[in-house]
Ligand binder design. Structure first.
Ligand SMILES: [Zn+2]
Length: 107
């Protein structure tokens, strides 16, 4: 995985390389995965996860391991992977909306 260069578009407008994600617990079993601009310390949230989403992430990794097994049913595994991916995406969006929608102190 290569490093990604992003522009601090909500902050100082400088470019920086994303080399690691930080994570913080914000209560209620929710974890925030984020990056911080090294220039102005502006925070960018990549995703929020709750125990249910983290469980799905574990499950999807288990399904992905099946691709390495030549005897596994790859079509089925691919279907299952797509299903879980959709669930994760929907749950993450709902969680983000819930957290950011009720969080009004900006800083
Ligand atoms: Zn910045």
């Amino acid at each position: 995985m290569g490093a990604t260069m992003i522009i601090c578009d909500a902050g100082c407008q400088n470019k920086f390389v994303v080399d690691r994600f930080m994570s913080a617990r914000i209560g209620g079993g929710v974890e925030k995965v984020y990056i911080v601009c090294p220039h102005c310390h502006r925070e960018y949230v990549a995703s929020y996860t709750d125990p249910e989403i983290r469980d799905l992430q574990i499950r999807i990794r288990r399904v992905q391991k099946r691709f390495a097994n030549p005897r596994a049913d790859r079509v089925k595994a691919a279907q299952r992977e797509a299903e879980i991916q959709t669930q994760i995406k929907e749950k993450m969006e709902a969680l983000r909306a819930r957290i950011e929608g009720t969080h009004d102190d900006g800083e």
